[in-house]
Write a protein that binds this ligand. Sequence first.
Ligand SMILES: NC(=O)C1=CN([C@@H]2O[C@H](COP(=O)(O)OP(=O)(O)OC[C@H]3O[C@@H](n4cnc5c(N)ncnc54)[C@H](OP(=O)(O)O)[C@@H]3O)[C@@H](O)[C@H]2O)C=CC1
Ligand SMILES: N[C@@H](C[C@H]1CC(C(=O)O)=NO1)C(=O)O
Length: 328
Amino acid sequence: MTIRIGILGYGNLGKGVECAVKHNPDMELAAVFTRRDPAGVKILTPGVKVLPVEAAVGMKDQIDVMILCGGSATDLPVQTPGFARHFNVVDSFDTHANIPQHFEAVDAAAGESGHVGIISVGWDPGMFSLNRLLAGAVLPEGRDYTFWGKGVSQGHSDAIRRIPGVKDARQYTVPVDSALASVRAGENPELTTRQKHTRDCYVVAEEGADLKRIEEEIVNMPNYFADYDTTVHFISEEELQRDHSGIPHGGFVIRSGHTGWDSEHSHVIEYSLKLDSNPEFTASVIVAYARAAYRMAAEGQKGCKTVFDVAPAYLSPMDGAELRKHLL
Ligand SMILES: NC(=O)C1=CN([C@@H]2O[C@H](COP(=O)(O)OP(=O)(O)OC[C@H]3O[C@@H](n4cnc5c(N)ncnc54)[C@H](OP(=O)(O)O)[C@@H]3O)[C@@H](O)[C@H]2O)C=CC1
Ligand SMILES: N[C@@H](C[C@H]1CC(C(=O)O)=NO1)C(=O)O
């Protein structure tokens, strides 16, 4: 059975999903939907239509899973619950503080419509979340740390682009060397958010925009920048394209813990990612969870799920018998 995928929102992540579908033989791209004029949105998959977002519901019988590729700052809080009323959906919602309320909104919509909505899929939240859960369950007596970068956070870059007067932006997340060194030395330090990372923003402003206002909106932005030491550089469009065109990223989750009657034995669990393309990797994770959403819905499941609720077997294109050959 071929899983028919819809893409809603065609930015970095939407382009990544288009590419990821191509790498999954059990899937096909049914359509791409955009809020912009479709004539101005060029995709790479021959024979697939780009349609206005208003046309999506009319195609609900032709799409098994709609993948929502909008921005977490302002798009997904509206789009994911809205489209969960009509489709099985997957999103990458990553405004960490607001995930519980996003879950509730999607659960109400998907539960009522009988669809599956898997939210906050990607690498953080997503793969890193799973690894923090597993490490914490296995080593209850311990402490874990998450470090990102140096790399381009799509969520933070998107949040800056939503500020009036901003034409384009890239945000680099930079781990603080001394914090990294202390964790790696096994010192188990207590670190605040501000002590772990700094944020470096490169912004192309619209002609005549109030740069001071833009800088203040960035550095004071709750959930994204307010808890970090943040630097803002205003540059030209040419400089951005020349010096900041890539979207690499990565990071790691590390947990050190103890076992033994006197906690005499130490253990370290580490999971790391090195990503040439943050959007393409994130899209690859999302597409695997689209397979899970399709299968879970086919079993009659409904409502909102996170990566914690999805058994790993749902992600694989292999069936149970084939999968069991790969336990080792
Ligand atoms: N969980 C995780 O690990 C990760 C999560 N993410 C999340 O993915 C979200 C999307 O990131 P990303 O794809 O980089 O964001 P983009 O800014 O590239 O795209 C967001 C939306 O903006 C619109 N858009 C795109 N390009 C343009 C343009 N040139 N002019 C006007 N509108 C445009 C598109 O909607 P439309 O086509 O309708 O106009 C698109 O869906 C992030 O906000 C982040 O939260 C990202 C990486 C990892
Ligand atoms: N959600 C992030 C993925 C990781 C990277 C990150 C950060 O640099 O702050 N936090 O989580 C993204 O949008 O790229």
